[in-house]
Design a protein around this ligand. Structure first.
Ligand code: DX5
Ligand code: ZN
Length: 221
């Protein structure tokens, strides 16, 4: 039997980058083995913090051909789908908790030519996504409470990932599993074993002495 091994996708979160030198950061990431850029948009309402928005994403889009994975931690994400498409998002992830009409929002994202992601908070039951799973391209499992980088990884995430993996497999879906928050070289291998396809890493990458090496180590975990 031939087995195909696919590498874990690493998505550095630019929330932990030096905003004064974003151009240098993009040059470094473009040379690295990271396949995605993870871009965290916070509105100070859905989460108790404000990060960056459309103008920054537009500039980053010009600086890379890699996948721009935009994580919206905002209320009413459905109002901004077209704007984020224009800014350059390839994947647009909305929070389950912020979408009263999730199916409609996912359909709109796809109609704009983007992949549709759904992020889920640590205290939301993963089973709520079961009925939508075949419409979701990516589930972003929050392994910290959204709003801030540099938080401690929540250990209960492994069980959530295992459950999600079986929901995806039982549905015959192709949904990718992304883990966001507190990812490091200590938990990366176990997360991939549990079923993760994409690892977001902010602090671990940008506070490392050698970010390129760290990205490579995470990818080969
Ligand atoms: C948290 C964000 C994360 C964050 C991860 O709300 O969604 O993407 O930047 O940062 P680290 O890897 O430092 O936990
Ligand atoms: Zn994120």
């Amino acid at each position: 039997m031939i087995q195909i091994y696919t590498m874990t996708i690493i998505a550095p979160s630019l929330l932990a980058a030096d905003f004064l030198h974003l151009g240098n950061t993009c040059e470094m990431l473009n040379k690295s083995e990271a396949e995605w850029y993870h871009l965290d948009v916070m509105d100070g309402s859905f989460v108790p913090n404000i990060s960056f928005g459309l103008p920054i994403i537009e500039q980053i889009r010009k600086a890379t051909t890699k996948v721009c994975d935009v994580h919206l931690m905002i209320v009413h994400p459905e109002k901004y789908i077209e704007a984020f498409k224009k800014a350059g998002a390839d994947i647009l992830t909305v929070h389950y908790e912020a979408c009263p009409n999730l199916l409609d929002t996912l359909a709109q994202i796809k109609a704009h030519g983007m992949k549709a992601g759904v992020a889920i908070n640590p205290d939301t039951d993963i089973q709520v996504l079961k009925e939508f799973i075949s419409e979701i391209d990516l589930v972003c499992v929050m392994s910290v409470f959204p709003g801030f980088g540099g938080q401690k990884f929540i250990e209960g995430t492994y069980e959530k990932v295992t459950t999600l993996k079986s929901i995806i497999q039982n549905a015959g879906a192709k949904t990718l599993i992304e883990i966001d928050g507190g990812v490091s070289e200590t938990n990366a291998a176990a997360l991939v074993t549990a079923g993760a396809d994409v690892l977001v890493a902010g602090t671990t990458v940008f506070k490392a002495a050698d970010p390129i090496k760290t990205i490579s180590a995470l990818r080969n975990c």
